[in-house]
Design a protein around this ligand. Structure first.
Ligand SMILES: [Zn+2]
Length: 218
C-alpha cells in the first residue's frame, strides 16, 4: 500500500455504501487485505430485494464483516431523497457512532453518475460535521470514468493507492461473480478495479459553508 498509512492503528471500520456490491467493487480488496479489522458494512438500498439482500449477507460472511442493509428507494428514476432521511438511515444501520475509519463514496460518486452514491457520501459527511458520527479518518472511494468514456479507474490525484495482489484480486472478483452473481461480461465484473484508490480526509470535518472556529474547550 502506497502512502505509508498507519493501518496498525485502525481497529474499527464502518463502510457506508448505497448498494450491496459497492463495498466489494470499491473497497473489497482493502477489506480482504485487513482481516484484523472489525468491519461493519451499511448498505442503504435493496434490503427488500429478495435476490440481492441474501447475496450481501453471503459477501459479508466471506469478508468476516457484519452487514446491515436498508431499503431506501432505488427506483430507476432515482428520485432525490431528503438528506435528513438518508442521514437517519445511516445512523440506524450503524451499530455505534465512533469508528477509527469510515469508508464511503466520493461526493461526486465513482462513475457518471449515480445519485444514491452522491447522497450517501453527503449523508456521511453531514453526520461527521454535526458530530453525530465520529471517526479518526474518512477515506472516500477515488475513481473516475472520464465522464463515461471508460470503466472506473483510480483517480490519479488519489491520496492512497492499493494495488491488489493476484490472490486478493481473484478473491474480490469471485465475490462479484460467484456471490453477487454478476456475469463475467457484466459492467460490474468488468468495472471491478484491480487497483483500489481512496481520498483521505480530516478530521476536522467542515463543510464549505461552515467556518472553522477555534475551540475554546481545554
Ligand atoms: Zn452502487
Amino acid at each position: 500500500m502506497k502512502g505509508h498509512e498507519p493501518t496498525h492503528a485502525i481497529r474499527t471500520v464502518a463502510v457506508v455504501v448505497a448498494h450491496p456490491d459497492d463495498e466489494i467493487l470499491w473497497a473489497g480488496g482493502l477489506l480482504l487485505l485487513h482481516p484484523e479489522w472489525s468491519v461493519v458494512v451499511a448498505a442503504l438500498c435493496r434490503g427488500g430485494d429478495a435476490d440481492r439482500a441474501p447475496r450481501f449477507h453471503r459477501a459479508m460472511a466471506r469478508l468476516g464483516a457484519r452487514g446491515r442493509i436498508g431499503d431506501l428507494d432505488d427506483g430507476p428514476e432515482q428520485t432525490p431523497q431528503e438528506p435528513a432521511r438518508v442521514e437517519a438511515l445511516v445512523q440506524a444501520l450503524l451499530p455505534g457512532r465512533d469508528f477509527d475509519l469510515i469508508l464511503t463514496h466520493a461526493p461526486e460518486g465513482e462513475y457518471s453518475r449515480h445519485l444514491r452514491h452522491e447522497e450517501t457520501s453527503r449523508a456521511v459527511t453531514s453526520l461527521l460535521v454535526s458530530g453525530a458520527l465520529r471517526c479518526r479518518a474518512l477515506w472516500t472511494f477515488a475513481y473516475e470514468d472520464g465522464g463515461g468514456a471508460h470503466l472506473p479507474r483510480a483517480r490519479l490525484e488519489a491520496s492512497l493507492f492499493v494495488p491488489l495482489p493476484d490472490p486478493v484480486w481473484e478473491e474480490k472478483s469471485a465475490i462479484i461473480t460467484g456471490i453477487y452473481g454478476f456475469r463475467p461480461t457484466s459492467w460490474e465484473a468488468r468495472a471491478t478495479p484491480r487497483e483500489e484508490a481512496f481520498q483521505k480526509h480530516g478530521p476536522p470535518f467542515l463543510t464549505a459553508s461552515q467556518p472553522s472556529v477555534e475551540s475554546t474547550q481545554p
